[in-house]
Design a protein around this ligand. Structure first.
Ligand code: URA
Length: 273
């Protein structure tokens, strides 16, 4: 029996397929056929018997593929972040920082939202699609829930400061690589130091592990108090569920409410001391 050939998908069907697979942004203006990149994995060059040709010029590399050696990028991030005396300068240092390839695929830098004088600072993992478009953290569905969580303890964005460990959206919302996290870490650390809140709240496991150095999952770390050392001061820090997780698993909202009450209490204590 002959199997009828698969019908060729329409452009609309192809785009829907890509979107479902998480491919929702283009990395360059021209398509690249990776299968034709014959020299992607260079084979060992034979020993020259005669004087080799002079080196040929390097092929142009699209901006989206420029990478800096991770160690060099981490060192330059540390140096840049260390020298930023204000949040405005830290932001402009990030705008000009070329050590993280995510910058070249993102639409906008997502630096922060809220009040830099706030006594509480919330830190998520990385911006998503809505945040990338607006250039502000937590403005999509999970952001709306974060607003309700903050409102539950009598605050709003005018009384809280919100940022992410990674300030650029990873393409297709993929998980940031450990290297990308390490490269961006000095900037968020300096941001925390400059905001200098009384209470730091890490939202979800990635930002908890990155900032509080934990190895366990969020189920074990949430609701626990940590001392976050800025280098100049120790700040009370607590981990709680990421709002995107609560949207998927609403039954954990009860535990999240307990964490929010603990945060409100710590803020009252700090204000009274
Ligand atoms: N998730 C995050 O961790 N940060 C955002 O800004 C949005 C969604």
């Amino acid at each position: 029996m002959t199997v009828p050939p698969e019908p060729t998908p329409t452009l609309k069907q192809l785009l829907a397929f890509y979107l479902e697979a998480g491919v929702d942004c283009a990395l360059s203006d021209e398509p690249v056929n990776r299968l034709e990149e014959t020299d992607a994995v260079p084979s060992p060059a034979p020993r020259p018997m005669v004087q080799p040709d002079p080196p040929r010029p390097m092929p142009a590399v699209p901006r989206s593929e420029i990478t800096v050696a991770p160690e060099a990028a981490i060192a330059s991030a540390r140096e840049a972040a260390r020298t930023a005396p204000t949040l405005e300068l830290l932001r402009s240092l990030l705008e000009n920082f070329d050590g993280c390839a995510l910058k070249h695929t993102a639409t906008k830098l997502v630096f922060a939202d809220g009040n830099p004088e706030a006594r509480v600072m919330f830190v998520g993992e990385a911006p998503g699609r809505d945040e990338d478009i607006e250039g502000l953290p937590f403005v999509g569905r999970s952001g709306k829930l974060l607003d309700r969580m903050i409102a539950a303890i009598g605050l709003d964005r005018g009384k809280a400061y919100i940022a992410n460990v990674i300030p650029w959206r990873p393409p297709g919302n993929r998980t940031p690589t450990p290297q990308e996290t390490q490269i961006c870490l000095p900037f968020i650390r300096r941001q925390i130091e400059l905001v200098n809140p009384d209470v730091l709240v890490t939202l979800g496991n990635p930002s908890t592990q990155a900032l509080l150095g934990t190895r366990e999952g969020i189920m074990r770390t949430r609701g626990r108090w940590f001392d976050y050392d800025t280098g100049t001061r120790s700040i009370r820090a607590i981990a709680t569920f990421h709002p995107a997780y609560l949207l998927r698993s609403p039954s954990y909202k009860r535990m999240s409410w307990q964490d929010l009450r603990a945060i409100a209490k710590a803020l009252q204590q700090a204000a009274a001391s």
